[in-house]
Each structure stands twice: as C-alpha cells, then as structure tokens.
Design a protein around this ligand. Structure first.
Ligand SMILES: Cc1ncc(COP(=O)(O)O)c(C=O)c1O
Length: 395
C-alpha cells in the first residue's frame, strides 16, 4: 500500500471531541469512565491521517498568512462535479450545488425551509440521531418507518412507508443512504421505490448520502437523485467530511436541482461560505486524493473482515452483519441475555472502550452497540480483546 493506515497519530491536545472531550462526555452521561487508557470509538471521524495532498493544500493555504473573506471559486464546484460524474456517473450542474458548514445543520435548515410546524417527517429508525433532533427540535412530528431487522440485515417496510407518505401532513422524508447505523447500501430498486412513492405524494426527500463514498469494494452505491425519472423532489447531501476525514473543516455540499426548492433553502440558510481551508481541502480531496480513498476502502474492508472473524470465534453471542457501507458497525448484544446497563458497564467501565449505546439511535436500538472502526487496526484489535475479556465469563 502507498499509504500507511496503521500509523498511530496521537490526537490528544488538538481540540477533538473524541480524545479531548472527557468532561463533556462524562457530563452527557455517555460513559462513567474516561481516562488516559480509554479507547474512544464512538464518533464517526477517523483516527487516520488525512490524504497527504489535502495536508499539503492546507499548508499552502496557511502559508498565504492572510485569512480574509472567501468566495467559492469555479474550481471548487468543478471538483465536485467531476468527482460525482467520474465515480458515480451522476451529472450535477454548477448552479445546483449549495455549500453548507456541515450536514447536520443542513438537515435542520431543510426542515425549516421545506415544512410547516404542523407537518410530519418520515425517519427510518434506528438511525443517526440528527434526523430525529432536526425534526423534533423544530417542532415537527416524526413518523417512524421502522427498518425491519432480518437477522442483522435491515430492509424497508414499503407498505408502511407508503401509508405514511400518503398522510396529508407528511411533507418530508429523511433518507440516510448508506444507512447509519445499520450499514445498508440500499439497492437501486429500493431507492427507486422510495423516490416514486415520495414523488407521487408530494414528499420532499432529503437524502443524507455523506457515507456514499465509503462503501465496501463489492458494493455499488446509487445516489437517489440518479435512480428516478425526476430529481426535482430530492435534496442530496454530500461532503468531504466523512470521505476524507475533514469534519473539523466543516465542508458539505447539497445538490438541489429544483430552483424553487433551492431558493427556499438559501433564504433559510442565509449567508454561508467555506473558509479558505475548506475550499483548498475540497479541491485537493476530490482532484488529487482518489487513490488514498481507494486504498482506505481496502483497509476498512480488511478491518471488517478481521472483526467479523473475531466475533464469530471469540464472541459468537454478538450478532453483526458486515455493513455494506459506512465505517460503522452495529452489534447486537441481546444474545447474552443481560440488561443493557450490564452490557454498557462491561464495555464502557470494565473494558474501558467508549462506544455508543443503541438506544441513542431511537426505536429498535435497545440491546445494540455502535462502533466506528476507522482507526489503525491495532487499536481496533485492542478494543475487541478488551471487550471480549469483559464478556468472557458469559461464553
Ligand atoms: C448520517 C450522518 N449524517 C451526518 C453526519 C455529520 O455530518 P457533518 O459532519 O457534515 O455535519 C454524520 C456523522 O456521523 C452521519 O453519520
């Protein structure tokens, strides 16, 4: 491999939530223990150094020594257009791209821009909590089209989805594709069905596709905007934050093809432009770091293979479906027959590994633990050895 993903980079002292957020995490009740020996694997950012071309571009931006107001240059949008055309055969036009300082704030802006206070929003639980909070914090009603768990492989209940989409108050659907935390990469057919139902019922789809570049080598990811006859009811969220481990640079981009929707969105969002660092990083990422991403995917697949084998051999009571996409695993601990609190205590206090309790992902999350695995493999192995040790007495 050209890149060394095994390198351990000490992130302490760099203002990270994961490694410097001890007091904050304890105050949230995420864990009762956080010390120098804690392995935090709860947050979806990587403990892996960024692609060298991105680092070089950031150095060059810093070397200018002046960090004044910036504007989005044509190279920025061209890099996005070329990336999605080249990798996914998705044709995006320049004026459809809308910058945002993060996908999470964009979800909330979508709710305010596209729905009324009396409206309902469909979410597919268990899901990344930002969808529920964007809905509830803005006073909208959440309708759960619960994903169906078939022995760890989650599928969509289309009848229930259609029934919810048909309700008069339903105006928006938060699609998470690939799905966090279940790891599903929905098929073309599944996505087309969702899109068709929404189009027929006047429901706008806000598709969070920020894990779309991070799928297994054997899988194919389809942006939902590419599977339907029309994409006028679709707002797609893309970004370099996950793909290139630049979440701290706050650089995500929506694709909104419908002019009226775009106008509504921009009115709600207000003035927002990327920093010179985000601009430089995005151009270097999309134009010059593709080989880094392709190697990273090989590395992540290898880590997942190791985890799958480890669990089967050492913790057979834990069920995990190797995710089709994302670098997140969703482990079912119910096989131990102990309470969620005891599972939590064994992992977080005894093993001293910080994950995320499944209940945080809403209905269907009880009994599960979510782990983010984009770290040097030695760290992941150490975490699993410790967790296995904490459950050894239970077989
Ligand atoms: C599905 C999903 N959406 C959004 C985010 C956060 O995105 P951003 O950093 O662009 O706000 C995450 C991070 O874990 C995520 O998993």
């Amino acid at each position: 491999m050209k890149y060394n993903f095994d390198e351990i980079v000490d992130r302490r002292g760099t203002y990270t939530t994961k490694w410097d957020g001890r007091d904050w995490l304890l105050s949230l009740g995420m864990t009762e223990r956080y010390d120098d020996d804690t392995i935090p694997l709860y947050s979806a950012d990587m403990d892996i150094a960024c692609a060298p071309k991105i680092v070089e571009a950031l150095h060059a931006a810093a070397d200018h020594r002046i960090f004044g107001y910036s504007l989005i240059p044509p190279e920025y949008k061209k890099a996005i257009i070329d990336w999605f055309k080249r990798r996914l055969d998705w044709q995006i036009n320049e004026d459809e791209i809308v910058y945002n300082a993060g996908t999470v704030p964009a979800l909330s802006t979508c709710v305010k821009a596209f729905t009324q206070p009396s409206d309902s929003i469909i979410v597919q639980l268990p899901a990344y909590p930002a969808f529920a909070s964007a809905t509830r914090n803005n006073g909208r009603k959440m309708l759960n089209n619960a994903l169906v768990n078939n022995n760890g492989y989650y599928t969509i209940d289309f009848e229930d989805f259609e029934e919810k989409a048909k309700q008069r108050e339903t105006t928006l659907f938060f699609l998470c594709s690939p799905h966090n935390p279940t790891g599903r990469v929905f098929t073309r057919d599944e996505l087309k069905r969702l899109s068709d139902i929404c189009a027929a019922n006047g429901v706008i789809i806000v598709a969070d596709e920020i894990h779309g570049d991070l799928i297994r080598q054997s899988e194919t990811f389809y942006p939902i905007a590419t599977v339907s006859e029309s994409d006028k009811h679709i707002v797609s969220c893309t970004g370099i934050n996950k793909t290139f481990n630049t979440a701290g640079l706050h650089c995500s981009n929506l694709v909104i093809t419908d002019k009226a929707l775009r106008r509504k969105y921009l009115r709600e969002r207000g003035h927002e432009v990327p920093t010179p660092f985000a601009i430089s990083a995005l151009i270097a990422a999309y134009n010059e770091s593709e080989d880094w991403l392709d190697e990273l995917k090989v590395y992540l697949d290898g880590t997942l293979k190791w985890i799958d084998e480890f669990l089967k051999e050492r913790m057979p009571k834990v069920k995990m479906f190797v995710p089709e996409g994302t670098y997140i695993i969703w482990m079912d601990f119910r096989g131990y027959g102990i309470s969620d609190k005891e599972v939590h205590d064994r992992i977080y206090s005894e093993a001293n590994v910080l994950l995320e309790d499944g209940f945080l992902f809403g209905a269907g999350g009880d009994g599960f633990q979510r782990m983010c695995i984009p770290a040097p493999r030695a760290v992941i192995k150490e975490a699993f050895e410790r967790i296995a040790g904490a459950f050894a007495d239970l077989g």
